[in-house]
Design a protein around this ligand. Structure first.
Ligand code: HEM
Length: 400
């Protein structure tokens, strides 16, 4: 078969037939990029769960992606300190400190704020008679929610948020164009200055937001260094909106294509929380993640040597027929507790924001379906993003 090319732009529109082909014919496939592509649920889960054998090795990964000069790029100096790319003991230490700041109490308190933001954004769209669901809801909604969780005042969201959005491409593991790289370098410095000033203010007078909790988090006398604090606040701001925005647009597009499912949620909004996990399984925003193989590994009989790169395709695992019956069908009655979709990853790096994300989906779709039941999607104007791994739509106009 033709080597699979993770950069193929057609994958951004519909990657699922290509995944099905690979899963059936070459489940541990050496791709055109030189990295192994995994498409079976069990293999992707093995990669995510075994943090000793499959590591981020961020320096090696980024050299492959951006070139040997990567260590001179400003973005790299911040990103290498982030929890999501750290390995082993360094990761355990960061995870304990970051998890301390992420409490269920904050989530409960944030619900009301999320409802208020969703209500305002949809009311504005209704007043205009239409809106682009992506730029006027799916992006600003989670950006404002995570922003207020971090303690960013409403007056700064538009300006500071645009720099967080400019860093989205850095989370992909695909090469960046010189323009995208230059913008990411500029934006990371602006965000770092912003959070540095906030850190100084929170040290002088603590508040009850997530950022203040990060500033003051301690574990056995250990605290985050200033550099780690800034880097991980930037990560939460970026990771806290990018995937959620992609997932929200995908979920609305899916519901538009399944009107009977949309009606079922309108008739019984109590189904919404459970339906969210199935919507995210059916079309997954974070399609894949990468690791470096540290010691010889075997995936269902296929041997992979140390030093190899592996790309675990979460989007493919979530549609593996060995695990989910009729995986290409949307089914709100599916028992997902038995075999958890890998939407939020697994093992030690499992998404720290998963409950926040689920709450945001619940608030967004409850508000939309209950308060604006008559909205229509203008299907002919819908467009997918160009980024196959950070999947989502870039335009999804709706009208009232
Ligand atoms: C639909 C929304 C979301 C999806 C699909 C998603 C997906 C993921 C996945 C797959 C991972 C693991 C990546 C890997 O192992 O390489 C991850 C990790 C992470 N996510 Fe999310 N995420 C979402 C929302 C959020 C939100 C709202 C936040 C923060 C407020 C967040 C913060 C993080 C962080 C900090 C990590 C790194 C954890 C670690 O390395 O220990 N995510 N996410």
């Amino acid at each position: 078969m033709e080597p699979f090319n993770p950069l193929n732009p057609e994958l951004a529109v519909n990657p699922y037939p290509a995944y099905a082909d690979l899963r059936e014919n070459d489940p541990v496939h050496l791709s055109a990029m030189g990295a192994y592509v995994l498409t079976r649920y069990d293999d992707v889960r093995q990669m995510l769960n075994d943090g000793a054998t499959f590591q981020h090795q961020y320096v090696a990964q980024q050299k492959l992606r951006t070139g040997a000069h990567v260590e001179d790029e400003p973005y790299f100096d911040y990103f290498r300190r982030m929890i999501f790319v750290s390995d082993g003991d360094a990761h355990h230490r960061l995870r304990k400190l970051v998890a301390k700041a992420f409490t269920p109490r904050q989530l409960t308190e944030l619900r009301q704020k999320a409802e208020q933001i969703a209500g305002e954004l949809f009311a504005e769209g209704a007043k205009q008679g239409g809106m682009d669901f992506v730029s006027e809801f799916a992006l600003p909604f989670p950006l404002r929610v995570i922003g207020s969780m971090l303690g960013i005042p409403d007056s700064d969201h538009a300006e500071i948020g645009s720099h967080a959005t400019a860093l989205n491409p850095v989370l992909e593991f695909l090469p960046m164009s010189p323009e995208v790289l230059a913008q990411a370098n500029e934006s990371v410095e602006i965000l770092a200055d912003y959070f540095l000033q906030m850190a100084e203010a929170r040290r002088r007078s603590p508040t009850d937001d997530l950022f203040s909790a990060l500033v003051h988090a301690t574990e056995d006398g250990d605290t985050l260094s200033n550099e780690e604090l800034i880097a991980n606040a930037i990560l939460l701001y970026v990771a806290g909106h990018e995937t959620t925005a992609g997932g929200t647009s995908l979920a609305l597009f899916t519901l538009h294509n399944h009107p009977q499912h949309m009606n079922a949620l309108r008739d019984d909004p109590e189904m919404i929380p459970a339906a969210i996990d199935e919507l995210l399984r059916y079309d997954t925003p974070g399609q894949g993640t990468a690791r470096v193989v540290m010691q010889q590994a075997t995936f269902g009989g296929h041997v992979v040597e140390p030093g190899s790169f592996v790309l675990g395709y979460i989007g493919a695992a979530n549609r593996d027929p060995a695990v989910y019956g009729n995986p290409c069908e949307l089914d709100f009655q599916r028992d997902l507790a038995r075999t958890r979709p890998l939407t939020f990853g697994g093992g030690g790096h499992m998404c720290v924001g998963r409950n926040l994300a689920r709450q945001e989906f619940e608030v967004a779709f409850t508000t939309l379906l209950m308060e604006h039941p008559s909205i229509k999607v203008k299907e002919d104007q819908c467009r997918f993003r160009d980024t196959p791994l950070m999947r989502g739509l870039k335009s999804l106009p709706i009208e009232w």
